[in-house]
Design a protein around this ligand. Sequence first.
Ligand code: KG4
Ligand code: ZN
Length: 370
Amino acid sequence: MIVLGIESSCDDTGVALVENGQKILGGARASQEKVHAQYGGIVPEVACRMHYETLLPLVQKVCAASGKSLADVDAIAVTNQPGLVGSLYVGLSAAKALAWALQKPLVTVDHIEAHIYAAHLADPDLDYPHVSVVVSGGHTDIFLSTGPTEHALITRTLDDAAGECFDKVAALLGIGYPGGPAVQATSLGGNREAVAYPRGDAGPEGLQISFSGLKTAVLNDLRKRGFVVEAAKNAGRLITARAPETPVPASETRTLSVRLPLADIAASFQEAAVDILVRATLAATRKARCRSVVLCGGVAANKRLREVMAAACKAQKNTHFMAAPLNLCTDNAEMIAGLGFHKLVTGQISGLDADVLPNKDEKRQKAGTA
Ligand code: KG4
Ligand code: ZN
């Protein structure tokens, strides 16, 4: 059975064809990174319009490249939760139109569950239960997963998501958007112990996750070093210290790299963020009495996080560790089609009255599952 997957919950448009929930026949992504980079973050209205322009041409492209036509498709799977409301609507509307025109079933998919499923796409032998660590731009959630759509929350961030923290710190450092890859690249060769950024209070069980203190610590550190941050005026660039009310001529703005050991700051920040995630993951495995960990979501692409998490799992009772493959960590439609197949064969089909659920805590019953 071939499932056409559609992903448009945030700022990447993705389309993929996956056979029997396992074999990727084709897939493509249209990134909006360059457009949003001008604003230092995602502009929802722009994201929505770009999905609208890109989605159907991408469907045609993926079909052509994989030598399939829409007539070969057995079902349409689409992300309907959580995400940006307008972006979700573009994907869901297109999926409904295709399902209706082709007279094929529509399957709505939870984006977070799909991130977890990405690991199963790569390794069909990967079994349940496992502790799933979902780290992305919008989510930092740790679940005990007992099936593809059965995930019990163990802990989640109290404030910022991990990816959001990488993005904000990268903006402070003026090194680009999205911040995760920029921090990773900048930290190469840097000293991870140069600055002891705080890891926050882990709480009595070690499960507490918070990133806002870390972000503020980087900001305060930069200020202490004599830089003021004028994010609004200079799109996150740092300028040399002066009274904030003094106008700064554009010719005097400088990027931090020439004034500070940028690699050390990036490496020290990255190490703190990694430590926070690893500490909570190990606590979650102890709490759930589970010796298997799956790492997924955009931040799971981080090399240092994969490395430290793998070593920490091994050291804790030889806990099995698996990270989603790099190409399936950030948003993609392969994971949507994969999970869509599982839902299709287990009868979890949606009606054409299915709606979007932008907030992750909204009740799933509202999703229109028949
Ligand atoms: O899963 P994803 O594509 O979208 C959401 O569902 O949010 O994740 C995007 C996030 C961004 O915050 C980005 O900076 C982060 O993942 N990211 C990384 C890396 N690659 C992407 N964070 C740290 N290191 C990376 N190599
Ligand atoms: Zn995502």
